[in-house]
Design a protein around this ligand. Structure first.
Ligand SMILES: [Zn+2]
Length: 220
């Protein structure tokens, strides 16, 4: 899934309003944030193949370290343990862990059977990406729900944060529809270039941070 992961982050923010939105974006997209690092380390592999699905042209041939069910459980549990120390709140830690795990569930719905369970050859995926309109309806609905719940978290926007938030939402939607309907990248693009492009997720994480960052009260 693509924008659906950001929707999870925005829903998680509603459940723990005291934590910055960027934390939940990092959680909901954690395995996508570490994936490019593993590709650059040459232990995970991806290539462009236009015959894979009409929505996303990635042939994700080997990515058990970031995207297996086993590792998703491990990352979720580790995050839960670390967050109980950091936030001193079991509720927040549980929501962070659940956000990390949600990534696998959403990817399971959308990906063709390329998601590994462990490190073996058994892979799963329900293949929603085989349908462009099915993807847009389901993921789009999830995204609208995410924005709705974020706004229900009473972010208390000032003018600057309001602009950053809606720019972030617009950027996500433009990138999303450009990815589906725009020109497809060439198939011979090097793996490292795909990995570097993957780091662009951080742009949204940073925008989410500043959109959600409350002004500290002035002393004078
Ligand atoms: Zn993913």
């Amino acid at each position: 899934m693509l924008i659906g992961h950001f929707a999870v982050g925005m829903c998680a923010k509603k459940a723990s309003p005291s934590v910055n939105l960027a934390v939940f974006f990092i959680a909901a997209l954690f395995v996508d944030l570490i994936f490019p690092i593993f590709v650059l380390l040459d232990i995970e592999h991806v290539s462009i193949d236009h015959s894979i699905t009409p929505v996303v042209p990635f042939n994700l041939s080997h990515y058990p370290y970031s995207h297996s069910l086993l590792m998703s459980v491990v990352y979720s549990l580790l995050a839960f343990i670390l967050c109980t120390k950091w936030f001193k709140s079991k509720k927040i830690s549980f929501i962070v862990g659940l956000s990390i795990f949600s990534h696998w569930i959403l990817d399971f719905i959308t990906h063709v059977p390329d998601l590994p369970i462990t490190f073996g050859d058994y892979k799963v995926g329900l293949g929603l990406w085989n349908s462009i309109w099915g993807t847009i309806i389901i993921e789009g609905s999830l995204f609208i729900i995410g924005v709705y719940f974020y706004l229900k978290s009473k972010p208390g926007f000032n003018k600057k944060r309001n602009i950053i938030f809606w720019s972030m939402i617009s950027l996500l939607l433009v990138a999303y529809f450009w990815g589906i309907f725009g020109p497809k990248p060439p198939e011979n693009i090097p793996e490292s270039a795909i990995a570097w492009a993957g780091f662009s997720i951080w742009i949204i994480v940073i925008m989410g941070y500043f959109a959600d960052k409350k002004e500290t009260s002035k002393l004078t």
